[in-house]
Design a binder for this molecule. Structure first.
Ligand code: SAM
Length: 312
């Protein structure tokens, strides 16, 4: 990892202990209490990029979620749920006394009981063997690699799994992982990748862009949109972040200065794919789509066209 990332990380809150529990209760409790929301706000963009890939290549893609943790991006993509609803599930006092294998057993049935609206399959990479085990065990990811590619090489079995990916996704992971991890992924790829990264603004992405450029991928940054990740843990994290952004020449007024960490969106694709449709043609941001709490009229896909339902 670059010295720069190590220095930035030293000023960011440390959540290492909640990443390595056998089940996601502590993860949702601690990050939920900080209004962690990046999987929810990223989900509509992720769906649109996956749909664009499926249109372009005529097949259902396989997404490699880097720093997938307990498979949350797969959960919010595949099932009608959000980080916020999952957080409430785990916050029930009835959940508190269960053993981790009981939680996994219930979650396996919980996810199996929802219609799968996914338009991609998911595989995951995470340094936490516990998180990967859980995500596979409950059926959120088809395959998982427990490895820290900042420090280790990809084994040949893991390279075979990575080699099957079409899209590489990350939320809340850049910073923990540097271009070193992505270099191993790019090397193992058996076809041109699309790489979709939601990156906190304090982490420079130039090294990643240079890596992708060498691999023939063009990186676009959606300059007009930012995605809220979470609240700051404390005053020190807030002040360090604002100072870091200022050193990078970034204006935090009305953004991080309002107490919320912000991530940018970077998407890297083969040059032909970018020429065919630019990022801004693929992605439409609808601010506030997750906010309504009253009933909404919705289109429901039907055999022919769609029907209309009133969703509570
Ligand atoms: C903030 S969580 C993000 C999890 C998930 N993507 C989300 O948004 O909910 C960061 C994740 O990165 C993982 N991580 C940390 N260092 C890593 C590394 N070197 N390689 C892969 N994953 C790592 C952690 O175990 C953790 O699951």
């Amino acid at each position: 990892m670059s010295k720069n990332f190590v220095a930035i990380n030293s000023t960011k809150a440390n959540f290492d202990d909640i990443y390595v529990k056998e089940d996601p209760r502590a993860y949702f409790s601690v990050l939920g209490a900080l209004d962690y929301m990046i999987p929810d706000v990223a989900a509509p963009v992720v769906r649109q990029v996956i749909a664009a890939y499926a249109r372009r290549y005529g097949r259902r893609p396989r997404v490699l979620d880097v720093g997938c943790s307990y498979g949350i991006n797969a959960a919010v993509h595949r099932f009608p749920m959000t980080f916020a609803t999952l957080r409430r599930r785990y916050a029930r006092h009835e959940m508190a006394t269960l053993e981790p294998d009981e939680v996994a057993h219930l979650d396996r049935h919980y996810y199996a009981s929802w219609p799968d609206k996914g338009i991609a399959s998911f595989i995951g990479l995470d340094a936490s063997a516990q998180a990967i085990r859980y995500a596979k065990d409950v059926g959120l990811i088809e395959d998982g690699i427990a490895a820290d590619l900042e420090r280790e090489e990809l084994t040949s079995d893991a390279a075979d799994v990575v080699g099957n990916a079409d899209i590489v996704l990350s939320t809340g992971a850049v910073g923990y992982v540097s271009e070193k991890t992505f270099a191993s992924i790019v090397d193992a790829a058996s076809r041109p990748l699309w790489v979709v990264s939601f990156v906190l603004r304090m982490f420079p992405y130039d090294g990643f862009e240079a890596l992708f450029d060498k691999a023939g991928l063009v990186t676009e940054h959606l300059g007009s949109a930012l995605f809220t990740q979470r609240r700051f843990v404390d005053l020190a994290e807030f002040e360090h972040c604002l100072a870091g952004l200022s050193r990078r020449g970034l204006d935090s007024r009305g953004l991080e200065s309002r107490g919320l960490l912000q991530a940018g969106l970077f998407v890297s694709r083969p040059a032909d794919d970018v020429r065919h449709a630019r990022l801004e043609d693929i992605v439409t941001i609808s601010v506030g789509r997750n906010r309504p709490t009253g009933p909404r009229y919705v289109h429901v896909p039907a055999l022919e066209g769609h029907s209309v339902a009133l969703e509570p």
